[in-house]
Structure formats: structure tokens, C-alpha cells
Write a protein that binds this ligand. Sequence first.
Ligand code: IMP
Length: 423
Amino acid sequence: MAVDLLLGLQWGDEGKGKIVDVLTKNYDVIARFQGGPNAGHTLEFDGIKHVLHTIPSGIFHDNAINIVGNGVVIDPVIFKKELENLEPFDIDIKSKLLISRKAHLILPTHRLLDAASEAAKGKAKIGSTLKGIGPTYMDKTGRNGIRVGELELSSWKKTYRSLSNKHEKMIAFYDVDIEYDLGSLEAEFFEAVEYMKQLEFIDSEEYLHQVQKSGKSILAEGAQGSLLDIDFGTYPFVTSSNTTAAGACTGLGVPPNKIGEVFGIFKAYTTRVGSGPFPTELFDEDGETMGRVGNEFGATTGRSRRCGWLDLVALKYAVQVNGVTQLMMMKGDVLSGFEKLKVCTSYNYNGKKIEHLPYSILEENVTPLYKEFPGWEEDLTQLTSESELPENFMSYVSFLEKELEVPISIISVGPDRKQTIHR
Ligand code: IMP
């Protein structure tokens, strides 16, 4: 059986949690392959809103096994809190959630290093979620990290101590004003590690290989978005992992020839949290309306998201880099009531009109060029079939499909599972 992928095509927060939750019933295994608790996947059903950071979004479905893959970085403290939040829902966590021995651990000092690095950067800061993501991946690629499997070895605390000591020296080197009490952070960390040890640690690449061999289906759940990819995103304002399709191969041990459908999720407009270039960003009433109606506040940090028109140049790039086979459009309902809509179809790049994403999309190089569309007044949130959608909305959808050359198979008109139109 092929492994299907679900990826965000913008700067994250496209609504991946909701769609994985909608799709989960079709899969036996849901696996996260990169990122860590910088993600905040929101799921809403039965009147309850759940936010998951590390745990895959299939956890609420009876039939699905959930894997935290080798490409993920885990903060045991946040992970424990997530698990505790699930306690009222009577989920058999021990049999439904398995963790790769090769996933790396976020230590308390990784979080402190993240904060020190951002403080030292001043105005040039990345706008990190400060969950320790960058420093943990740095230790991974620097071959210094601690992996989940190490917790099964007697030496792990010694390894921890030597890495933590090194981190403390690095924090001091940054010479910024950061106060911390490592003793209490460590007490919390060690307690969380013990809690985590109740779960099963597995050789996940072997597990997934056997799952595939037995004909069962796997959905790989991406986190963040393609424009935050360490290689293909708006570097350096990116996260520290490969958020694009290739990341699923290295983050799970799935060979490229076993990838099936690539579901690409995008919002009907664009948002971004943190710093970095954003050519179609709006600073006017329209942007403010998108943020308010779309409830654009980070699920992990609570920060308000920057909002702007859909950037088709960037979206085409993401479709191309990921090999997207089906698109899913989220939050079309948020655009109801705009008299006119705009879509950026090309850039003026240093005086030349271009239609591809160039090396730099900084304001000094790029000005977005727009096509306008008539808006619609109707509230979409109660609609359940394509035939009920307003004509102007469907013209917007058809235009995007034609330009992106990929069908839009799901239109989401609200956060609840039920507010999903399949085409
Ligand atoms: P970090 O991965 O926490 O270091 O953050 C790096 C950049 O990616 C910052 O601009 C964050 O706001 C952004 N980012 C990280 N995770 C997410 C996410 O799940 N959604 C949206 N933006 C994110």
C-alpha cells in the first residue's frame, strides 16, 4: 500500500489538524514525520476544541494507530501535558500511540538556547515559538542529540548531563538577560520522561514497513507549512525541518516510490506568524477583518497571525515542490462579505514580471501583482454541498484549480468536522 501525505502549502496554520481528523477514518495508521510542539493542530467536533502539538491527529479515532516518527522532536514536558489533556476522553493511549526510538528529545536547555538565540538577534529575530526546535535539530545534525531510544540505556542521564552542561556554557556565551532555574526545569523534565516511558517505543521504520506489507493504509501528517521548510522556505525565517513531501521519506523511513496521494492544504487567503517576508500582507481593514473573522491567533503561542490575500505564485511553488495530487481549500467562509477579492498572480521582481518564486521575496525585490474577483455575501458555514455554494465563490475555486492544475477535492467552510464539503 502507498503512503499518503498531508501537507500545509503556506506558512502553516492551514488547518491540517481538521483535515487529518476528517480523513483518518480511511487510514489504519497516522504518522507525524517532522517538527515538534511548535505545531498546534486544532480539531473540533462534538462541540469541543482540541489542540494537539506532538500527538498525531488520528488519536480520537478508534481504528487508527498513531506514530510519532523519527523526524519529530519531542519535549517530554509538553507531551505529558498533552497526554493528560486526553485523559477525560477515555482513549487507550498505550495501544494507540507509539513513539520512534529515533525521535530526538527537546531538553530544557534547548528551550533556553532558543530564547537566548532569539534575544541575541534583536530585531532580526525569527519569531520562533521558543519551543527549542532550532537548537534540538542543530544537536541532531551536529550528532550530539539525545534520542528516545537512549532512555532505554543506563547511560542516558550521563549523556544528558554532559549535553546540558555544554548548553549552559552556550547560553552564557550569548550574553543576554535570561533568568532560569534549571533545577526546577530539570525536575519537571525527568518526571515527564518517566511518564513518557509508560508508552511503547518502537523501531518505527520497521513497524511502518510491516504495516505497508500487510496492506494497511498510512497517512503521514505534516506540520508547519511548505514556506517554512528549511530548504525551500523563506530562509532564514523558517523552521528547522523539511516540511515538504521529501521530509516524510526521511522522517518515517518511507521510500519515495511508496508515496501515493499528496494532499495539499491551503487557506483561501494567506497568514503567517512570526517574522519574515510576506508580499501579500495587508495592513488595512481587510487584513483586520480576515484576522477577526478567521480567528487568526496561533494555537501554540496565541500570537495574532499576519493576514493577506492569496499568493498564487507561492502556492504554485508549493504544489510543485511537493508534487501535490489533490488540493483542499480551507476557510473559504472567512471571505464572505468582501466586496472584491484579490489574488496575487505574479510578482514585479526588480522591475521584471515573473510568475515563479524567486530567491528573495523581500519587499526590496518584490511587489505583488493582483487579479481581482467579485466577492459574495452569503454565509457559507451551514452549507453542505457544492451546488449550494455561491457562483462567485465557485468562480474563485475554478480559477485556482485551473492555475494550479490540481483538483480541489475538499472545501472547508468552518472548523467543525461536519463543515466539510467533499467534491
Ligand atoms: P520555530 O520552528 O518554533 O523555531 O519557529 C520558526 C518559525 O516558524 C517562526 O516564524 C514560527 O512562527 C513559525 N512556525 C513554527 N511552527 C509553526 C506552526 O505550526 N504554524 C505556523 N508557524 C509556525
